[in-house]
Design a protein around this ligand. Structure first.
Ligand code: KIV
Ligand code: ZN
Length: 516
């Protein structure tokens, strides 16, 4: 790093990212992602919204206890009990932060909060003061700042700084701004708020118009020194600014930016894959930095240029963001120790010997079918063995599928539902349809199938297929995943995984829809 200022990277994959419909993550999944973010050297990890559900509270607690080298942040509306719950969840964190917010645009204050501007300022100040009982590291967000009046923003931000907020996060909640306008907003706030020098300005941009990264970068050029972002741009609706895009732009264009991050960019691809794997949101091939085609040169002219002199067509090096690190690590003859060691290197540990034994058994089964086991196989295998929810009601026992030319495909499945073995038989338009129908004869959930996708985890025709299934029932959307060298088996696992989420009655409260 040069003598540039520090640009703080605040990752909200575990909070705003989880607000993507169907991206719910288990506590275990969240801890794995948090560890990967720590290795990536993000400054702040927003671990969740503890008041929203017991599960989220416990996830924030688990992340807070595990992470040492990044700050851990919890979100709270500007309400006493939200803040107390956030403070409680963060107990034991090495460096805790509370992030409290209240809406400031006229439309949100009138139509959602039913409060007048004076009441909103009063509540924001009260919230910041309450949060200070738990930590000195307080962040405040005026929700929908991108559509709020400048004068009002200046008043409320001045008041919360006086109350002790030290990070002021300016969200473009609905992704409405354009870069020049958003940069100007940051510049004006910094110029007009009398005590602005006592706080760091942060930005949080949504991607509804595809401008989240551009808006964030315009804000950095205007003096923002924290960017809130997510891995793969995950997040509410069209998502948030993508961490990999923000970080790599600032790093690649040091001629333009007077700041830089402390991110270890070689961890980016691993982190991206892990998030895709755990959430079931695959990365599109042409996605900047982390898409499979991001460094692939198809045209002959480009290939020729790159071979002669790489920088003719490449502005970043693939290895600098962690491509080509997918090593062949283990094989059929690898022992338990080698397996455990490689998982440790990937930041994966097990709560018990039983869990390790179970994963090792799965590894051995996989090694029987597949000669070379790559890091991505291990990640999928661990996700697969940990997909089981704490109170998983449905388990797969066996599957038989018959699909022949000229015949109607038929599936016969044996599941264990609440401890009782049940059999389902069904035909379908294809083998996958038959499997899903056979499962339905047992669970009778009748959800609508919103997405079915298969991805090969690694190269080669013996690769594991990773299936993602998205189901919707009564407005609730869940994602299920399964990995196997047999994609019909992977499909059954994914559907069962999604059913387990639907069978779990726990629901989460959304931070931004409820009245304060
Ligand atoms: O988009 C938004 O406004 C948010 C806030 C809670 C910061 O996510
Ligand atoms: Zn957001």
């Amino acid at each position: 790093m040069n003598t540039h200022e520090h640009l703080i990277i605040f990752d909200t994959t575990l909070r705003d990212g989880e607000q993507s419909p169907g991206a719910a993550m288990s506590r275990d999944g969240k801890v794995r992602i948090a560890k990967a973010l720590e290795r990536l050297r993000v400054d702040v990890i927003e671990a969740g919204f503890p008041i929203s559900s017991i599960g989220d509270f416990e996830s924030v607690q688990a992340v807070a206890k595990t992470i040492k080298d990044s700050k851990v942040c919890a979100l709270a509306r500007a309400l006493e009990h939200d803040i107390d719950r956030a403070g409680e969840a963060l107990q034991g964190a090495t460096a805790p932060r509370i992030h409290t917010f209240i809406a400031t645009s006229n439309i949100h204050m009138e139509r959602k909060l039913h409060m007048n501007p004076e009441q909103v300022i009063e509540q924001a100040v009260k919230a910041v003061k309450r949060a200070r009982q738990y930590t000195d590291d307080i962040e405040f967000s005026p929700e929908d700042a991108g559509r709020s009046e400048l004068d009002f923003l200046c008043r409320i931000l001045e008041a919360v700084i006086n109350a002790g907020a030290r990070t002021l996060n300016i969200p473009d909640t609905v992704g409405y701004n354009i870069p020049q306008q958003f940069g100007q907003l940051i510049q004006r706030l910094k110029e007009r708020i009398p005590n602005a020098d006592q706080a760091i300005f942060s930005v949080h941009c949504h991607n509804d118009l595809g401008l989240a990264t551009a808006n964030s970068l315009a804000a950095v050029l205007a003096g923002a020194r924290q960017v809130e972002c997510t891995i793969n741009g995950l997040g509410e609706r069209a998502g948030n600014a993508a961490l990999e895009e923000v970080v790599m732009t600032v790093r690649t264009r040091q001629d333009l930016f007077s700041c830089d991050t402390r991110i270890d960019t070689t961890q980016i691809v691993n982190c991206s894959r892990l998030v895709a794997n755990i959430t079931g949101f695959p990365v599109q091939p042409n996605k900047a930095v982390v898409g499979a085609n991001a460094f692939a040169h198809e045209s002959g002219i480009h290939q020729d240029g790159v071979l002669k002199h790489r920088e003719t067509y490449e502005i970043m090096r693939a290895e600098d963001v962690g491509w080509h690190t997918n090593r062949m690590v283990l094989g059929k003859l690898s022992g338990r120790n080698a397996f455990r060691t490689r998982l440790q290197e990937l930041g994966i540990s097990f709560a018990s010997e039983e869990q390790l034994n179970d994963a090792f058994q799965r590894f051995k089964d996989l090694a029987d079918k597949k000669q070379k086991i790559f890091d991505d196989d291990l990640q999928a295998l661990v996700t697969d063995s940990r997909l089981s929810l704490a109170n998983e009601r449905l388990k797969l026992s066996s599957l038989q599928v018959c699909s022949e030319t000229g015949e109607i495909p038929k599936a016969q499945i044996t599941l264990v539902l609440d401890g009782t073995e049940c059999q389902g038989i069904a035909t379908g338009s294809g083998p996958v349809d038959a499997i899903f129908r056979a499962i339905e004869t047992i669970v009778e959930l009748q959800p609508s199938l919103k997405l079915y996708s298969v991805n090969a985890i690694t190269d080669g025709s013996d690769a594991q297929g990773e299936v993602t299934v998205r189901l919707e029932k009564g407005g609730r959307i869940v994602n299920g995943q399964g990995a196997d060298t047999d994609i019909l088996m992977a499909s059954a696992k994914a559907y069962i995984n999604a059913c387990n989420y639907l069978l779990d009655p726990s629901t989460r409260q959304h931070p931004q829809t409820g009245d304060v």
